[in-house]
Design a protein around this ligand. Structure first.
Ligand code: FE2
Ligand code: FE2
Length: 307
């Protein structure tokens, strides 16, 4: 397991390989660098061997490979973290067990599924209730239970989207209660559907790669289009309610600089946006890759402290 590796050890195991760069060092030697992952953690690697570099060169997406090498200090990192000096990288065969490569968030998925069902059942507005139940039904519902919410940044594990969605809805409802004068049904429906477009944006396969549709359209637009399409078949849903819901979906990143086509203009949209941001930020504390109290966090671009 990656999280158990210690300085000076040799390692050989299937890993998910993310190639970051192939280049030439100052002495003219070719090198490849990137990240190795399994469900216990992630470690950078560097490779100077021609054979593995040739195989790594062909990787367009993160791929599982049988990796061998030794654990060394990463001299270029500011806090002397470990890295793998890769000597071997081979294709995995059918005999290799790669089930340990899909990251699990260590959360109780059944408990979150129950909370999701309760939140859906708690919506009183008949139009919104039917809309949410229709969007999250059949295959979409099943996929919603296992998909990650991010490729790497936050909730990047099996069930991450479910975990994130339930937390956003609970936080948003609590905020709405304190603030007062807030439409709880709109907040719930908005929170539950805010990232539904991620089902089409990010694939649940190994490495959670972005899909072509996801790269072209993004989850905000995909989600809004899906909701609009489903809403067309729901007579109980008033046009002004649909408009308010679509506004929550489209503005949930808060500002246009953060990818939303419109910024928040209603109480409910501000609430869902801040609940979303808070939950994504606090999820950075969910899994620590290093064992020290301080860890540099790429998403937030700062060191975070584990107490
Ligand atoms: Fe989002
Ligand atoms: Fe989100």
């Amino acid at each position: 397991m990656i999280s158990d590796l210690k300085l000076g050890e040799k390692m050989e195991q299937p890993c998910l390989v993310r190639l970051q760069k192939i280049g030439t060092s100052s002495n003219g030697k070719a090198y490849a660098k990137g990240l190795l992952e399994d469900n216990s953690g992630c470690i950078p690697f560097i490779c100077f061997e021609a054979g593995p570099i040739g195989r790594l060169q062909k990787l367009e997406e993160p791929r599982p490979m049988k990796v061998g090498g030794s654990v060394d200090i990463n001299k270029y990192s500011t806090n002397m973290t470990l890295q793998i000096i890769m000597q071997k990288a081979e294709a995995v065969g059918p005999e290799d067990d790669i089930s340990s490569l899909l990251p699990s968030g260590g959360i109780d998925l059944e408990a979150y599924k129950k909370k999701l069902d309760e939140l859906m059942a708690g919506i009183k507005n008949p139009g919104l209730k039917k809309l949410v139940a229709t969007v999250l039904s059949g295959e979409t519902y099943q996929q919603f239970l296992i998909n990650p919410a991010g490729m790497r940044l936050h909730h990047a594990y099996v069930g991450g989207l479910l975990h994130h969605t339930v937390c956003v809805a609970e936080l948003a409802l609590a905020m709405g209660k304190t603030v007062g004068g807030v439409d709880a049904d709109l907040v719930t429906a908005g929170a539950l559907l805010h990232d539904v477009g991620k089902l089409k944006e990010i694939s649940p396969e190994l490495g959670f790669p972005y899909t072509t549709e996801g790269r072209f359209l993004g989850h905000i637009a995909i989600g809004a289009m899906k909701i609009k399409e489903v809403a067309g078949h729901i007579d109980e849903l008033k046009p002004e309610t649909l408009e308010q819901l679509l506004h929550i979906i489209l503005s949930h990143h808060g500002d246009m600089e953060k990818g939303s086509p419109v910024n928040c203009k209603t109480k409910e949209s501000f609430i869902v946006h801040y609940a979303d941001e808070l939950d994504a930020n606090l999820n950075q504390f969910h899994k620590w890759e290093s064992k020290s109290s301080w860890e540099y966090n790429k998403m937030l671009q700062r060191y975070l402290f584990k107490s």
